[in-house]
Design a protein around this ligand. Structure first.
Ligand code: ASP
Length: 297
């Protein structure tokens, strides 16, 4: 019987890295950020505050397909999706197809904390975020940038470049939380929403597990991937590692690929993927941090 670590944290920067491209800047960034997140958990911050902060940093870095590095849609502008879930409080918030928000994850947090709703989309979400005073992008042409590894905007639908960022954490009180934010797919149709903001598809946290997914969202929605893992654990008493690989196998059977990060109530961290790679980092109390892009974490 292993004892639960004091805290655990995992981050991802998307399951879309392409072999042969240079991700050293991403590795350096993830390695700094996981230390910052570990310091927050050590200092007693809650899991939900930690995952929100981690995702804010991932968003503003511009290194990933989220926040500043978001993908332009086919109509030539950026729409982002984000979700956050506090597993201890069983509360969730998400926003979808939102334009020009510097930190979409904080829009999702505001939906969770300040409204009776779980999801707000489109113009209604733009207006809500403006009312809450959330920072907007004033000069989109100079703010958005291509993330690391995306050399040009790829438009063939079967090879759409995509990416997402996410964080899952267990804090010192054993509370679990998950947060995910995405700029989606380059060249997606205006108004297309992926799995990321769908509670249970791309993002989930309860008292047993926190999950943040990345990959072609249409397949993660078909599998209801994040909750599929939680349900196997809750009803079939399946361990986290086996549950996560069952879900990724189902996604592969539907024709999709991608990966996920998850932490269970014992502080077990998994970061499996069936794509070429997944940018990820993890740490738990008493163990050194790990960062990887192309090898299992
Ligand atoms: N899941 C994201 C989406 O479909 C993309 C990704 O994770 O790469 O919007």
């Amino acid at each position: 019987m292993t004892t639960r670590p004091d805290y655990a944290l995992a981050l991802h920067g998307g399951a879309g890295p392409k072999p042969g491209r240079d991700y050293s800047e991403v590795e350096r960034h993830l390695s700094d950020l996981i230390c910052e997140g570990e310091a927050m958990l050590k200092a007693g911050h809650s899991a939900v505050d930690t995952v929100e902060h981690m995702v804010r940093e991932l968003e503003v870095s511009g290194l990933y397909v989220a926040g500043r590095g978001s993908a332009q849609n086919a109509a030539g502008f950026v729409e982002t999706d984000a979700a956050i879930m506090d597993g201890a409080a069983m509360k969730a918030g998400s926003i979808a197809a939102v334009r020009n928000l510097v930190n979409p994850i904080s829009g999702a947090r505001a939906v969770m904390d300040k409204t009776p709703h779980i999801m707000i989309a489109g113009e209604g979400a733009d207006r809500f975020c403006a009312e809450r005073g959330l920072e907007t992008v004033k000069d989109p042409a100079n703010w958005y940038r291509l993330p690391v590894g995306v050399e040009e905007v790829e438009t063939k639908t079967d090879e759409l470049a995509h990416g997402t960022v996410g964080a899952v954490a267990m804090d010192k009180s054993g509370r679990l939380a998950a947060a995910t934010s995405t700029g989606g797919l380059f060249g997606k149709r205006a108004g297309r929403v992926g799995d990321t903001p769908i509670i249970g598809a791309g993002t989930w946290a309860d008292s047993g597990v926190a999950v943040s997914c990345t990959g072609l969202g249409e397949y993660f929605m078909l599998a209801n991937a994040a909750y599929d893992i939680a349900a196997q654990m809750k009803y079939a008493k399946c361990p986290l590692g086996a549950a996560a690989s069952n879900t990724l196998n189902a996604i592969a059977q539907y024709g999709g690929d991608g990966g996920l990060i998850a932490i269970d109530a014992e502080g077990t961290i998994v970061a499996p993927y069936n794509s070429h790679g997944m940018k990820c980092a993890s740490v738990k109390a008493g163990e050194p941090a790990k960062v990887s892009v192309f090898s299992p974490n």
